[in-house]
Design a protein around this ligand. Structure first.
Ligand SMILES: Nc1ncnc2c1ncn2[C@@H]1O[C@H](COP(=O)(O)OP(=O)(O)OP(=O)(O)O)[C@@H](O)[C@H]1O
Ligand SMILES: [Mg+2]
Length: 242
Protein backbone atom coordinates (compact mmCIF):
# COMPACT_ATOMS: atom_id res chain seq x y z
CA UNK A 1 0.00 0.00 0.00
CA UNK A 2 1.22 3.51 -0.89
CA UNK A 3 2.10 5.70 2.05
CA UNK A 4 3.66 8.76 0.40
CA UNK A 5 3.40 10.37 -3.04
CA UNK A 6 5.71 13.31 -3.60
CA UNK A 7 5.04 15.36 -6.73
CA UNK A 8 7.13 18.20 -8.15
CA UNK A 9 8.49 19.01 -4.71
CA UNK A 10 10.69 22.11 -4.62
CA UNK A 11 12.45 24.25 -2.07
CA UNK A 12 14.15 27.57 -2.58
CA UNK A 13 15.69 29.68 0.13
CA UNK A 14 15.46 33.43 -0.05
CA UNK A 15 18.76 34.92 0.98
CA UNK A 16 17.44 38.36 1.78
CA UNK A 17 20.72 40.09 2.55
CA UNK A 18 22.13 38.97 -0.80
CA UNK A 19 18.91 39.57 -2.72
CA UNK A 20 19.06 36.14 -4.31
CA UNK A 21 17.57 32.69 -4.08
CA UNK A 22 19.18 29.33 -3.47
CA UNK A 23 17.51 26.26 -4.89
CA UNK A 24 17.94 23.30 -2.54
CA UNK A 25 16.01 20.96 -4.87
CA UNK A 26 13.49 21.28 -7.64
CA UNK A 27 10.79 19.13 -9.26
CA UNK A 28 11.25 15.98 -7.20
CA UNK A 29 8.72 13.25 -7.84
CA UNK A 30 8.79 9.87 -6.12
CA UNK A 31 6.55 7.57 -4.12
CA UNK A 32 6.93 5.13 -1.28
CA UNK A 33 5.01 2.08 -0.14
CA UNK A 34 4.67 0.72 3.39
CA UNK A 35 7.82 -1.12 4.43
CA UNK A 36 9.90 0.43 1.63
CA UNK A 37 13.30 1.97 2.23
CA UNK A 38 14.36 4.94 0.10
CA UNK A 39 18.00 5.95 0.21
CA UNK A 40 18.64 9.62 -0.57
CA UNK A 41 22.11 10.27 -1.90
CA UNK A 42 24.03 13.26 -3.25
CA UNK A 43 27.01 15.47 -2.57
CA UNK A 44 27.22 18.00 0.28
CA UNK A 45 24.68 20.75 -0.28
CA UNK A 46 22.57 18.76 -2.76
CA UNK A 47 19.44 19.22 -0.63
CA UNK A 48 19.20 15.89 1.22
CA UNK A 49 18.59 17.33 4.69
CA UNK A 50 16.34 20.03 3.27
CA UNK A 51 14.15 17.39 1.60
CA UNK A 52 13.72 15.50 4.88
CA UNK A 53 12.96 18.75 6.71
CA UNK A 54 10.38 19.71 4.07
CA UNK A 55 8.67 16.34 4.56
CA UNK A 56 8.73 16.72 8.35
CA UNK A 57 7.65 20.34 7.85
CA UNK A 58 10.53 21.88 9.77
CA UNK A 59 10.77 23.83 6.50
CA UNK A 60 7.90 24.76 4.24
CA UNK A 61 8.47 23.56 0.67
CA UNK A 62 8.04 26.24 -2.00
CA UNK A 63 6.43 24.02 -4.64
CA UNK A 64 4.73 20.69 -5.24
CA UNK A 65 2.92 18.40 -2.85
CA UNK A 66 3.57 15.41 -0.61
CA UNK A 67 0.48 13.30 -0.22
CA UNK A 68 0.74 11.20 2.91
CA UNK A 69 -1.73 8.36 3.49
CA UNK A 70 -2.29 8.78 7.22
CA UNK A 71 -4.41 6.56 9.44
CA UNK A 72 -6.98 9.36 9.33
CA UNK A 73 -6.97 9.85 5.55
CA UNK A 74 -4.97 11.56 2.84
CA UNK A 75 -3.08 14.72 3.82
CA UNK A 76 -0.73 17.01 1.87
CA UNK A 77 2.29 17.55 4.11
CA UNK A 78 3.12 20.73 2.21
CA UNK A 79 -0.19 22.37 3.09
CA UNK A 80 -1.50 20.65 6.20
CA UNK A 81 -2.41 22.79 9.20
CA UNK A 82 0.19 22.98 11.97
CA UNK A 83 -2.10 21.14 14.36
CA UNK A 84 -2.35 18.18 11.97
CA UNK A 85 1.41 18.13 11.47
CA UNK A 86 1.89 18.15 15.25
CA UNK A 87 -0.46 15.16 15.56
CA UNK A 88 1.28 13.27 12.77
CA UNK A 89 4.61 13.87 14.52
CA UNK A 90 3.20 12.42 17.72
CA UNK A 91 1.66 9.37 16.16
CA UNK A 92 2.93 8.51 12.71
CA UNK A 93 6.02 10.30 11.43
CA UNK A 94 9.40 10.15 13.16
CA UNK A 95 12.57 12.09 12.41
CA UNK A 96 16.01 11.10 13.63
CA UNK A 97 19.06 13.28 13.16
CA UNK A 98 22.65 13.13 14.29
CA UNK A 99 22.00 15.13 17.38
CA UNK A 100 20.18 14.65 20.63
CA UNK A 101 19.13 17.73 22.52
CA UNK A 102 19.17 16.18 25.96
CA UNK A 103 16.69 17.58 28.44
CA UNK A 104 18.26 18.53 31.76
CA UNK A 105 17.66 16.13 34.66
CA UNK A 106 15.97 13.44 32.58
CA UNK A 107 17.81 10.12 32.65
CA UNK A 108 18.72 8.11 29.55
CA UNK A 109 16.27 5.34 30.36
CA UNK A 110 13.43 7.81 30.98
CA UNK A 111 14.07 9.53 27.64
CA UNK A 112 13.94 6.22 25.79
CA UNK A 113 10.91 4.84 27.67
CA UNK A 114 8.86 8.01 27.15
CA UNK A 115 7.44 7.18 23.68
CA UNK A 116 6.22 3.81 25.03
CA UNK A 117 4.64 5.41 28.09
CA UNK A 118 2.80 7.74 25.72
CA UNK A 119 1.16 4.67 24.15
CA UNK A 120 -0.15 3.65 27.57
CA UNK A 121 2.45 1.00 28.39
CA UNK A 122 3.21 0.40 32.08
CA UNK A 123 6.41 1.95 33.46
CA UNK A 124 8.15 -1.36 34.29
CA UNK A 125 7.53 -2.80 30.88
CA UNK A 126 8.52 0.43 29.08
CA UNK A 127 11.78 0.72 31.03
CA UNK A 128 12.47 -2.96 30.40
CA UNK A 129 12.18 -2.46 26.63
CA UNK A 130 14.17 0.77 26.82
CA UNK A 131 16.97 -1.04 28.66
CA UNK A 132 17.03 -3.83 26.08
CA UNK A 133 17.35 -1.38 23.21
CA UNK A 134 20.02 0.69 24.95
CA UNK A 135 21.91 -2.53 25.66
CA UNK A 136 21.73 -3.58 22.02
CA UNK A 137 23.15 -0.17 21.06
CA UNK A 138 25.99 -0.76 23.54
CA UNK A 139 25.19 1.93 26.11
CA UNK A 140 26.75 0.83 29.42
CA UNK A 141 24.06 -0.07 32.02
CA UNK A 142 25.73 2.18 34.62
CA UNK A 143 24.79 5.13 32.39
CA UNK A 144 21.11 4.28 32.03
CA UNK A 145 20.04 6.28 35.08
CA UNK A 146 22.48 9.11 34.37
CA UNK A 147 21.68 12.36 32.58
CA UNK A 148 22.72 12.38 28.89
CA UNK A 149 23.71 16.07 29.10
CA UNK A 150 27.17 14.88 30.18
CA UNK A 151 27.45 11.92 27.76
CA UNK A 152 29.95 11.69 24.90
CA UNK A 153 28.69 12.45 21.39
CA UNK A 154 28.40 8.75 20.50
CA UNK A 155 26.66 7.92 23.80
CA UNK A 156 24.16 10.73 23.26
CA UNK A 157 23.49 9.41 19.79
CA UNK A 158 22.72 5.95 21.17
CA UNK A 159 20.07 7.48 23.43
CA UNK A 160 18.76 9.61 20.58
CA UNK A 161 18.39 6.59 18.30
CA UNK A 162 16.86 4.38 20.96
CA UNK A 163 14.26 7.06 21.70
CA UNK A 164 13.45 7.55 18.03
CA UNK A 165 13.26 3.85 17.17
CA UNK A 166 11.72 2.22 20.21
CA UNK A 167 8.17 2.59 19.00
CA UNK A 168 7.55 1.92 15.30
CA UNK A 169 6.19 4.91 13.38
CA UNK A 170 4.57 4.53 9.97
CA UNK A 171 7.09 6.80 8.25
CA UNK A 172 10.60 7.37 9.53
CA UNK A 173 12.95 10.08 8.24
CA UNK A 174 16.63 9.52 8.99
CA UNK A 175 19.31 12.17 8.47
CA UNK A 176 22.77 10.62 8.81
CA UNK A 177 21.93 8.79 12.04
CA UNK A 178 25.18 6.81 12.01
CA UNK A 179 27.66 9.66 11.65
CA UNK A 180 29.03 9.52 15.21
CA UNK A 181 28.67 5.78 15.83
CA UNK A 182 31.27 3.01 16.05
CA UNK A 183 31.00 0.01 13.69
CA UNK A 184 29.35 -2.22 16.29
CA UNK A 185 26.59 0.27 17.05
CA UNK A 186 26.07 0.90 13.35
CA UNK A 187 25.45 -2.82 12.92
CA UNK A 188 22.96 -2.81 15.81
CA UNK A 189 21.19 0.18 14.28
CA UNK A 190 20.92 -1.55 10.90
CA UNK A 191 19.44 -4.57 12.71
CA UNK A 192 16.83 -2.34 14.31
CA UNK A 193 15.99 -0.71 10.96
CA UNK A 194 15.55 -4.16 9.42
CA UNK A 195 13.13 -5.02 12.23
CA UNK A 196 11.21 -1.77 11.65
CA UNK A 197 11.01 -2.60 7.95
CA UNK A 198 9.46 -5.94 8.87
CA UNK A 199 6.87 -3.98 10.90
CA UNK A 200 6.00 -2.22 7.61
CA UNK A 201 7.63 1.09 8.55
CA UNK A 202 8.47 3.15 5.45
CA UNK A 203 11.85 4.89 5.68
CA UNK A 204 13.59 7.72 3.86
CA UNK A 205 17.21 8.02 4.88
CA UNK A 206 20.51 9.75 4.24
CA UNK A 207 23.50 7.69 5.38
CA UNK A 208 27.08 8.63 5.98
CA UNK A 209 28.06 5.02 5.26
CA UNK A 210 25.44 3.90 2.68
CA UNK A 211 27.11 0.49 2.51
CA UNK A 212 25.70 -0.23 5.98
CA UNK A 213 22.12 -0.20 4.75
CA UNK A 214 22.64 -1.72 1.27
CA UNK A 215 20.55 -4.76 2.17
CA UNK A 216 17.58 -2.65 3.20
CA UNK A 217 17.43 -0.24 0.28
CA UNK A 218 14.55 -0.66 -2.18
CA UNK A 219 15.04 2.53 -4.17
CA UNK A 220 17.53 5.36 -4.36
CA UNK A 221 16.94 9.04 -4.98
CA UNK A 222 20.12 10.73 -6.18
CA UNK A 223 20.04 14.51 -5.77
CA UNK A 224 22.18 16.70 -7.97
CA UNK A 225 24.13 19.65 -6.65
CA UNK A 226 22.36 22.41 -8.52
CA UNK A 227 23.44 25.30 -6.33
CA UNK A 228 27.08 24.30 -6.45
CA UNK A 229 27.80 26.63 -3.56
CA UNK A 230 29.52 24.77 -0.77
CA UNK A 231 29.42 26.36 2.66
CA UNK A 232 27.02 29.06 1.56
CA UNK A 233 25.96 31.36 4.40
CA UNK A 234 22.81 30.00 5.96
CA UNK A 235 19.79 32.05 6.88
CA UNK A 236 17.31 31.09 9.52
CA UNK A 237 14.23 29.78 7.82
CA UNK A 238 13.06 27.25 10.28
CA UNK A 239 9.36 26.67 10.40
CA UNK A 240 8.63 25.23 13.78
CA UNK A 241 5.53 23.28 14.66
CA UNK A 242 5.19 22.67 18.39
N1 LIG B 1 18.11 27.51 6.38
C1 LIG B 1 18.75 27.68 5.21
N2 LIG B 1 18.91 28.91 4.69
C2 LIG B 1 19.54 29.09 3.49
N3 LIG B 1 20.06 28.11 2.77
C3 LIG B 1 19.93 26.87 3.25
C4 LIG B 1 19.29 26.58 4.49
N4 LIG B 1 19.33 25.24 4.71
C5 LIG B 1 19.98 24.74 3.65
N5 LIG B 1 20.34 25.71 2.78
C6 LIG B 1 21.05 25.53 1.52
O1 LIG B 1 20.41 24.53 0.75
C7 LIG B 1 21.36 23.68 0.13
C8 LIG B 1 21.12 22.26 0.52
O2 LIG B 1 21.45 22.08 1.90
P1 LIG B 1 21.25 20.70 2.66
O3 LIG B 1 21.61 20.92 4.09
O4 LIG B 1 19.90 20.19 2.36
O5 LIG B 1 22.33 19.77 1.93
P2 LIG B 1 22.73 18.25 2.22
O6 LIG B 1 22.57 17.52 0.93
O7 LIG B 1 22.02 17.75 3.41
O8 LIG B 1 24.30 18.41 2.51
P3 LIG B 1 25.27 17.60 3.51
O9 LIG B 1 25.67 16.35 2.78
O10 LIG B 1 26.42 18.52 3.69
O11 LIG B 1 24.52 17.33 4.78
C9 LIG B 1 22.74 24.21 0.54
O12 LIG B 1 23.27 24.99 -0.51
C10 LIG B 1 22.46 25.05 1.77
O13 LIG B 1 23.35 26.12 1.91
MG1 LIG C 1 22.62 17.11 5.33
Amino acid sequence: MRILEVEHYAKQFNIHHLGRKIEAFDDLTFSLKQGQFLLVSGTNGSGKSTLLRCLYRTYLPTGGRALYHSLHGLIDLARAADIDIALLRQEEIGFVTQFLRPRPRVSAIELVAEPLLATGMALNEAEGEAGELLESFGLKPELWKAYPTTFSGGEQQKVNLARALIHPRRLLLLDEPTASLDAQTRAALVGRLAWLKEQDVAMIGVFHHPGDVRELVDTELALGNKTGVAGYPKVEEVYVVE
